[in-house]
Design a protein around this ligand. Sequence first.
Ligand code: MCN
Ligand code: FES
Ligand code: FES
Length: 918
Amino acid sequence: MKRISLNVNGVDRWVLVEPGANLADVLRNQLRLTGSKVCCDNGQCGSCTVIIDGKPVRACLKVVDELAPAAKITTIEGVGTPGNLHPLQVAWMTHGAAQCGICTSGFIMSGKALLDKNLSPTREQVRAWFNRNRNLCRCTGYKPLVDAVMDAAAVMRGEKSVAEIMPKAKEDGSILGSSYIRPSAEAKVTGTWDFGADIALRMPEGTLRLALVQATVSHAEIKGIDTSEAEAMPGVEKVLTWEDVKGRNAITGLITFPSNKGDGWDRPILCRDKIFQYGDAIAIVAADTEAHARAAAEKVKVDLEILPAYMSGFAALAPDAMEIHPGVPNAYYEQGVVKGAETAPLIDKAAAVVDITTYCSRQPHLHLEPDCGEAFVDDDGVLTILSKSIGVHLHHAMICPGLGLEPDKLRLIQNPTGGTFGYKFSPTMEALLGVAALATGKPVSLVYDQHQNITYTGKRSPVNINIRLACGDDGKLSAMETDWWLDHGPYSEFGDLVTLRQAQFTGAGYHLENIRGQGRTVATNHAWGSAFRGYGSPQAFLASEIAMDILAEKMGEDPFEFRYKNLYNETSTTPTGQKPDVLVLPQLFDMLRPKYEEAKKRCAELSTDEVKRGVGIALGIYGCGLDGPDSSNARVEMTRDGVVVYNAWEDHGQGADLGTLTMAHEVLRQAGITVDQIKLDMNDTNGPNSGPAGGSRSNVFTGNATRVAAEMLLNAMRKDDGTYRTYDEMVADNVPLVYDGNWVAAACTDCTPETGQGDPFPIYMYEVFMPEVEVEVETGEVKVVKFTTSVDVGTIINKATVDGQIYGGLAQGIGLALTEDFEDLELHNTLKDCGIPYPKDVPDEMEILYLETPRPLGPFGAAGCGEAPLTAPHPAILNAIYNACGVRIFRVPALPEVIKQELEAKAAREGTASDLVH
Ligand code: MCN
Ligand code: FES
Ligand code: FES
């Protein structure tokens, strides 16, 4: 221990520190300055950035003993406070630059250090600065962050006023379609928005800190668990195993497909007999400090008999592979597609056929905030779990029987959340927190480190698709056949659903009357499959959008025009036989066509022998909803102080608060209710069940339910003369004050497992992707240098939100196409090694062309938007690579070494061919 003095935000503070303590921990744990966030703890993400003597420093890397005695440290708390903001903080809010907000203070500190020494940086200098200082953001695609710095610099130079950079108010007071600032923005930009790890620090004295004993192998039988040594370690309160779980000790996947050979109870809370994947939880240590808990966890001995690990669908499907869940075949669910006429004869007589196999990777979510949560039993005996859940009611149903609780004895509340991108559609640590709080009777907290976060949360399910796509002499598509498997890891929850998505989206967007297909869900010992933005569609579009490109070439047609003439028309149905909700694809292509022609010219002009430039096209579609029948609920209450809106539109970072506020305000402003008079009370199982915030369904479903509840209140407020009652008048007239709104997708039906036919979604969103890439011939390195996209997500509810969703999704698409993977457990276990794009990996030139076709069923005409940008940016990038250098890649990520190898093979082929000619 050492007593040192730190000058933080202009104040001298004395602290006692352990030798080697890092500044991030001292600031957060000792000085309680939790505005600096810790996401990676190893210098990769920049979320802990502070300024020391004018320089941006990643506090997690800075050992406090090594600070110069007179060092002046500035944290986000010293930059601006709510109501007294720095221009950077204002600009961050007005550009929607704080989505989830976990990276925000790090970026603002880094940006401030830049502007303090250069008040007129170019955009490129800002990007290079953030890149050099390792500032990562997973939500925004970086462009809005650069916009924010440029605006803040203009304000600081005196060229713009703060008022000029604020969103423009509409004359009628409506905020619909504006860039109105989200309610959580000010807290996010000032570092006062408490995430789960911050809440853990503010838990009462006596809170136990948890650590997990986890599997370090992928498949094994458990012969014994010995906790005795761990129990004797300092600070340990209890070591818990499966014997301490009072219920069924399993998380149920709520399987609804009767033909699924699994029963949905295959995921243990704490493993008893078997390890199914790396990271599986075997025991929980509860101790007075996290360090004590982690040290004791190391001492739990687990006796294992190692089994063969099946780390891919190929391996698990081998005839001699053992059943991962004894009694259930590894291929446990089959999905068929039968639409129109038999395809074999049509393929036989086609003018051209493409027959290819594509593989979409186990993309990691790479949300920056490590999974975390708290639990306690409240004064009424209700187990209350706080977590990053994006489906509080769904998770309640999934974990309640496993914990052995009556439903009314369990409550889930969402914490402010630093990004999920879908991984939190599955419960992660909720049941573990619950087991520990019940068994110890004390409040508990559990915070994963980034290694646990990456290795022990769900991933995108890899899919291997064989596709045969055929067209007639006129270049019109005549038939499609598909055969696929989907590697869903060991746990079946939602595996059938994502297998069905392949039937719904392979070939979507085109007039295609005849389809036959067969797919299967396969259990493996790799990471369990969870939802991920675009859920199921990136795998499907990788196959059909590469096939379309090749077919166009076979027919001697331009890939853009070949697609255009095959788009959905008035007589088309989707691959599941549903009539599209709106016909917008031709317009989206028309908007893009001039840009495409320019891009082709530019690519030809700018290509050199060393660097080839190319442009690619792909379309993407996604449905809003859970698939088949779906509904949502919301509540609105008139109070003396204004209106309170209750729903469970969980916020990953996408802006559920602003969505809710806008929907309610747009209705209630007719009665003179202002935005400031609306309060939000969200994401608690004690409130209305709105369903999970997945499947880009919330804007449509919970938006509609909120609208309906607000309309019910509005009607109740309306007097006979057309004016509206005040709260006092409502009370005086005995008019009820609380209204429950419900919205149901009335016409939706399930797709059958045999044919895949049905009407699964009420509303779809549409996007066309046009990246331009440069391929360095010598190395195979690919850079996306420009991205243009045309999008229809219906009426835009908030412009800054939708822009941010699209830019952020495109950045993730670039990662999916070129760098991101979670395959090798030894290699892919940090943010950087998993291939997350840094600022310079994403182009600054990103252009979005909007078409706003109102959806008849959408709230104020809106569709969803979160998943659209990650449906098909990656096949568009692979198509652009082909356009640039003539190399076809069929699997992602398209790594430089693979492209280089293909370029060399191509050069060798061409060399041989030219030898033959001479
Ligand atoms: N929106 C809008 N106008 C429209 C459509 C949508 O302003 N016409 C807004 C909505 O109000 C909402 C956002 O766009 O704020 C996304 O709406 P929607 O598509 O309905 O999606 P959900 O609210 O259900 O959010 C989930 C969706 C999914 S499924 C994933 S995964 C995802 C995503 O949104 N994960 C995200 N966006 C994310 N953004 C961030 N920053 N972090 C994540 O983890
Ligand atoms: Fe310090 Fe990531 S937490 S750089
Ligand atoms: Fe940057 Fe979420 S806003 S990581």
